[in-house]
Design a binder for this molecule. Structure first.
Ligand code: SF4
Length: 356
């Protein structure tokens, strides 16, 4: 793996990017992991001014809608409910509170490292309703699906999922067809390890955008940028896979099968993108008895987004964090005002950490 961090290789790739890059391009690094790596390794210093890198909608915590956060808070306040979640989500400000604040007020909200930990908690607390907050893309959805199947097999009927799981291609197609000029995508490596590479074909064939599935090391990203530049300069758009050591064309069929068995595609709300058709994963009727949306009468008032926060524009490549008047003034990782400052993969948090 060290070879992918080799300085000489990075210099060589950088020189090639300089050589091939003629026209200004706007490339979106879809995954928050890419954003973090680009800033951690100072990769923008290796690229010519013709290349503008934009952050995308690949941070699960960031794109989860305000309504979902409010629904989670509603459930956290319900008597008898144990709410389980990955850590970052507790710090995302909802309309009037956050899960962190609710926890400090006595709500039973527990951080878990795996959704199976939530199933275990449900088995140990049969008299309580245990809800797991399912966020993330094709990377995490199979684990949630497997947990539901496990709960069903083991008759853990007090385990529920509140699903905000999403799938990536409809969001990228929405961006490609929208008003943000994007010439190419560095497609997310982890998602693609599950889905394979064919899910991006429409971006190349219909929207005429370049797509390169990229790894997360410096040489991966520079190589991917180089491949995208060559596509844009030639006007020949296709789906390429730079991350072949992890991503196969067919993806992970077993994970896809589990996901397809437990979830159905539905329209879903994304922070920044609004409602994207068939981009969300709802629990299929066969497993409806584990669906928190059906078990609880979840009612939340109209959502309020944090005043002055431009997370939505950042997640769609329209603006960068430094253009937010609250960035590093009132909004910091210790006191996040918007979702993009919470997760280590959030663009605002990354820009803050690396002072870029
Ligand atoms: S700096 Fe804070 S307030 Fe501004 S866009 Fe980012 S998260 Fe929102």
């Amino acid at each position: 793996m060290d070879g992918y961090r080799d300085a000489a290789l990075a210099e060589k790739l950088s020189a090639q990017v300089y050589r091939f890059s003629k026209t200004p391009v706007r490339l979106m690094e879809v995954c928050g992991g890419h954003t973090a790596a680009i800033h951690k390794y100072g990769l923008k210093d290796f690229l010519p001014g013709t290349i503008n890198l934009l952050s995308g909608p690949g941070c699960p915590v960031c794109v989860s809608s305000q309504k979902f956060v409010d629904q989670a808070i509603f459930l956290g306040r319900r008597k008898g409910v144990i709410l389980t979640t990955y850590g970052d989500l507790v710090r995302v400000p909802g309309s009037v509170s956050s899960l962190e604040k609710e926890k400090s007020r006595g709500a039973d909200i527990r951080m878990v490292y795996s959704v199976l930990d939530a199933v275990k908690i449900a088995k140990e607390n049969r008299g309580r309703q245990v809800v797991f907050l399912g966020i993330g893309f094709e990377t995490t959805a199979p684990a949630s699906a497997a947990a539901i199947m496990r709960a069903e097999q083991e008759k853990v009927y007090n385990f529920f999922l509140l699903s905000a799981h999403k799938v990536m291609p409809p969001a990228l197609e929405s961006l490609a067809g929208g008003d943000t000029q994007i010439d190419g995508f560095l497609a997310p490596g982890h998602v693609s390890a599950i889905t394979g590479t064919m899910i991006y074909q429409k971006l190349a064939d219909v929207y005429h955008r370049g797509v390169v599935v990229s790894g997360f090391e410096p040489a991966d990203i520079l190589q991917s940028v180089l491949l995208l530049i060559k596509q844009v300069e030639s006007g020949h758009f296709l789906v390429e896979n730079e991350y072949t050591r992890v991503v196969k064309k067919e993806g992970n069929p077993r994970a896809i099968a589990v996901m397809n068995r437990v979830f159905n595609l539905v329209d879903a709300e994304w922070r920044g993108l609004g409602i994207v058709p068939e981009s969300g994963l709802a629990i299929a009727p066969e497993f409806a008895n584990h669906d928190a949306n059906l078990e609880f009468n979840i009612r939340v008032p109209d959502c309020q987004l944090p005043k002055g926060c431009i997370c939505g524009d950042i997640l769609t490549g329209r603006k960068n964090p430094a253009e937010c008047s609250l960035f590093s003034v009132r909004c910091t990782p210790v006191n996040p005002i918007g979702a993009c400052m919470v997760s280590s993969e959030g663009a605002c948090s990354v820009y803050y950490k690396y002072k870029t």
